[in-house]
Design a binder for this molecule. Structure first.
Ligand code: SF4
Ligand code: ZN
Ligand code: ZN
Length: 316
């Protein structure tokens, strides 16, 4: 049994602590949109930016991101979506279907880049890894591929920022893992806006960085967004440390309301700015010309290693 919406008095849909009462579906969506807007303004995520590429995976967070950005900013910013078709059986078809449905619904121009057009798929890389002839696990290949192709597309098409759907829970979990494992370089990148300081690396922004998992989930329900629920067959079981940390962060928030926002605020205003991590010296990859810390970038290294397994005609 729910109460009435504290704003309009119609049937309440979900309880919201900040209001100490219920909101209807419509006011819940507006509440979330206002939160994202506040975050974008306070963090200056769109200052001086006219053209933003939204990375769309087909999952809940990037779908919420696209809908909210379209509603709030399409009047002044050119927005477009990009989806990378990774070639993962079942998962990729479902993701593509959701992304296309969403972009139709909100009239967002979208481009789909197929990894296969670069000579391989994640399935093929995973099969070779399983056979022991290729040494990188699927998620490691996948992470590199997504980062590289999204940046390449954004750079070539003149986008000034790439928006990704990372939410507050993602960022706090990553940062806790980085602190525990001492990965200071990775920790230093967990800001709402990440500038890489290289003209060929497009800045990344995270407009959902103040929304929890539960809030983005509820928004997808309230707005009835088409979201792919298909599980990736290559997803490894969660590491014990990761799941314990995630449960602990939720449990502290239950006991001390506002804890997650306090953690994020000190992370972004004190902890990360005080890290003395120099920017890596980047040169241009001798194969593709994109920035790389070594002679060959990690994307081209993956392609080289796969080619060297000698299994693929289209590489030769
Ligand atoms: Fe890629 Fe791993 Fe995610 Fe699957 S689980 S989509 S392989 S990063
Ligand atoms: Zn209402
Ligand atoms: Zn390269």
């Amino acid at each position: 049994m729910t109460g009435r919406c504290v704003i309009c008095g119609s049937q309440g849909w979900t309880y919201v602590h900040e209001y100490r009462g219920y909101l209807c579906r419509d006011h819940y969506q507006r509440y979330i949109e206002a939160k994202v807007d506040r975050c974008i303004k306070r963090q200056g995520l769109l200052n001086g930016v006219d053209k933003v590429l939204i990375a769309l995976s087909g999952g809940k967070d990037s779908s919420v991101l696209a809908v909210v950005m379209k509603k709030l900013y399409s009047w002044r910013i050119r927005l477009a979506g990009l989806h990378i078709d990774l070639g993962i059986p079942g998962y990729s078809e479902s993701a593509r279907k959701s992304v296309l449905e969403l972009s139709n619904r909100i009239e967002l121009p979208i481009e789909i880049v197929k990894l296969q057009d670069y000579g391989f798929t994640i399935k093929e890389a995973a099969d070779l890894y399983r056979k022991g002839v290729f040494n990188r696990p699927p998620c490691s290949v996948c992470g590199t591929v997504k980062r590289y192709l999204i940046n390449l597309y954004a750079y070539e098409k003149g986008f000034e920022a790439i928006a990704t759907g990372h939410n507050l829970d993602d960022l706090l979990l990553f940062s806790s893992m980085d602190i525990v494992t001492g990965d200071v370089t990775s920790l230093s990148k967990l800001l709402p806006r990440q500038d890489e300081g290289h003209p060929k690396l497009v800045p990344r922004i995270r407009p959902l960085c103040l929304l929890t998992n539960r809030e983005t989930e509820l928004y997808t329900e309230a707005a009835e967004l088409p979201v792919s629920r298909e599980k990736c067959p290559y997803k490894p079981p969660p590491r014990r440390l990761r799941s314990v940390l995630s449960e602990e962060l939720d449990s502290i928030e239950e006991k001390v309301r506002g804890f997650k926002h306090m953690y994020a605020a000190s992370l972004w205003s004190s902890i990360i700015p005080s890290l003395s991590i120099g920017k890596p010296v980047l040169r241009e990859c001798s194969i593709c010309g994109m920035p790389s810390s070594g002679r060959v970038c990690s994307f081209c290294r993956i392609r080289e290693s796969l080619r060297n397994t000698g299994y693929k005609e289209r590489f030769l």
